[in-house]
Ligand binder design. Structure first.
Ligand code: NAP
Length: 327
C-alpha cells in the first residue's frame, strides 16, 4: 500500500481532527473555562499509536513518530506499551476496538503478534514475524517493515546507505533471530546467490535455514556455518556480511569472528545503531564499505507511518528527530 493521492477514510478523519488540533493541541492544559473544553476535546480526539514490546523504554521510535505527526499537523501521540505477555490479548482488543489506532511490535512479540491479527501481508507470513499492525475496515492487519527498511538501506535510497545490489551475490548473516529472518527474506527477494547463516546456537541457525527453505522454492543456496573455521572461510569469499545479533552493543562483548578476514570488497551491515561496534571499526580499518542499523530503523519507521496514515512520511523530519549521538 503506497501513499495515495486520494485520502483514505482514516486520513479524512485526521484532517477533521486537525482543525481542532492545530488550534489548541500545543496549548498546555489550563484551568480556564474558555480554553479547557477545547483542550479536553483535542485530547479526546488525539489518536494513540505506539510500540508494543518488553524493556523498550530506550526506544527511538517515539521521537521519530511524534515528530512526523507534529510536522504533518496530525493530532496523534506515539507511546511505549511495555507489557507482559499475559496482557497481549487485552492490548490487541484495544487495537481492534480502535482505542489504539496502530502499533509497532518489537522484541519479544514480533512472532507471537501474528496470532492476534486477522490478516498479514504475504511477506509477513513468509518471514513469520511482524513489526507493524494497522486497523483496516475493523480488521487488524500485520506487516513487516523491517525487511523493507533493510532493503532500502542496503540498496541505497538516501544519505549514508550502502549501495549494494544483492543479485547474484553471496551473503553471510550472523544471528538466527527475528531480524535475521527479515533480512534473509529481503536478500532472497533481491536474488542473492548464496546465504550463509551463523548463530551462537548452531541448532537455531539450522532451524532457520530449514524454515526458510521450507517456506518457498528459492533459487538461492541457503546453508549454515558451523564453527569459526567455517566463518572465516565463508566470510573471506562473501560479498556482504550482516550482523543481526546484539553482539557488539556492550563493551565486553566477544568479537563475532576474526576481523582480519574482512576484505576490501566486503560490504558490512551491522544492525546495531546505538554504538560504533568493533565490527564497524574493523570494517573501517580495512577500507570495507559499511553501515550501521540507523537508516534501516528510520526507513522501517517511515514505512509503518505510511501504512497507518496513507500519507508520505516526512523522512527528513524523522531523521532529524533522532538524537545527535546516534546520527
Ligand atoms: P534475537 O531474536 O534475540 O536474535 C539474535 C540472535 O543472535 C539470537 O539467536 C542470539 O542467540 C544470536 N547471537 C547472540 N550473540 C551471538 C554471537 N556472538 N554470534 C552468533 N549469534 C549470536 O534478536 P533480533 O530481534 O533478531 O535482533 C538482533 C539485533 O538486531 C538486535 O541488536 C536488534 O536491536 C537489532 N535490530 C535492529 C533493527 C534496525 O532497524 N536497525 C531492526 C531489528 C533488530 P541467543 O538467543 O542464544 O543469545
Amino acid at each position: 500500500m503506497s501513499p495515495k493521492g486520494m485520502l483514505a477514510p482514516e486520513a479524512v478523519s485526521i484532517v477533521t481532527n486537525f482543525e481542532i488540533a492545530s488550534s489548541v493541541a500545543l496549548l498546555p492544559p489550563r484551568n480556564d473555562s474558555f480554553f479547557y473544553p477545547l483542550y479536553a476535546k483535542a485530547k479526546i480526539n488525539m489518536k494513540i499509536y505506539g510500540l508494543l514490546g518488553k524493556n523498550i523504554h530506550h526506544s527511538l521510535s517515539p521521537v521519530m513518530h511524534n515528530a512526523a505527526f507534529k510536522a504533518l499537523g496530525i493530532s496523534a501521540e506515539y507511546k511505549i506499551f511495555d507489557i507482559n505477555e499475559e496482557k497481549l490479548g487485552g492490548f490487541f482488543e484495544k487495537l481492534k476496538k480502535g482505542e489504539i489506532f496502530g502499533c509497532n511490535v518489537t522484541m519479544p512479540y514480533k512472532e507471537k503478534a501474528l496470532n492476534f491479527v486477522d490478516a498479514a501481508s504475504v511477506a509477513t507470513k513468509t518471514i513469520g514475524a511482524l513489526n507493524t499492525v494497522t486497523r483496516e475496515e475493523d480488521e487488524l492487519k500485520g506487516y513487516n517493515t523491517d525487511y523493507q527498511g533493510f532493503i532500502k538501506a542496503l540498496l541505497g535510497f538516501g544519505e549514508g546507505d550502502l549501495n549494494f545490489k544483492a543479485e547474484g551475490k553471496d551473503a553471510f548473516i550472523f544471528g538466527a533471530g527475528g531480524a535475521a529472518k527479515a533480512i534473509i527474506y529481503g536478500l532472497l527477494t533481491m536474488g542473492a546467490k548464496k546465504i550463509v547463516i551463523a548463530d551462537i546456537d548452531n541448532k537455531k541457525a539450522e532451524a532457520l535455514a530449514g524454515y526458510v527453505i521450507g517456506k518457498k522454492k528459492w533459487n538461492s543456496l541457503i546453508t549454515v556455518a558451523q564453527d569459526e573455521k567455517q566463518y572465516n572461510e565463508f566470510i573471506s569469499k562473501s560479498d556482504l556480511l550482516v550482523n543481526a545479533t546484539p553482539c557488539g552493543m556492550k563493551e565486553d562483548d566477544p568479537g563475532l569472528f576474526d576481523y582480519s578476514y574482512i576484505h576490501e570488497g566486503l560490504y558490512v551491515f551491522d544492525l546495531i545503531y546505538t554504538v560504533e561496534t568493533p565490527l564497524i571499526k574493523g570494517a573501517k580499518g580495512r577500507s570495507a564499505k559499511c553501515i550501521n542499523g540507523l537508516n534501516m530503523l528510520l526507513y522501517q519507521a517511515a514505512r509503518s507511518f505510511e501504512y497507518w496514515t496513507n500519507l508520505e512520511a516526512p523522512l527528513e523530519v524523522m531523521r532529524k528527530a533522532l538524537p545527535g549521538s546516534v546520527r
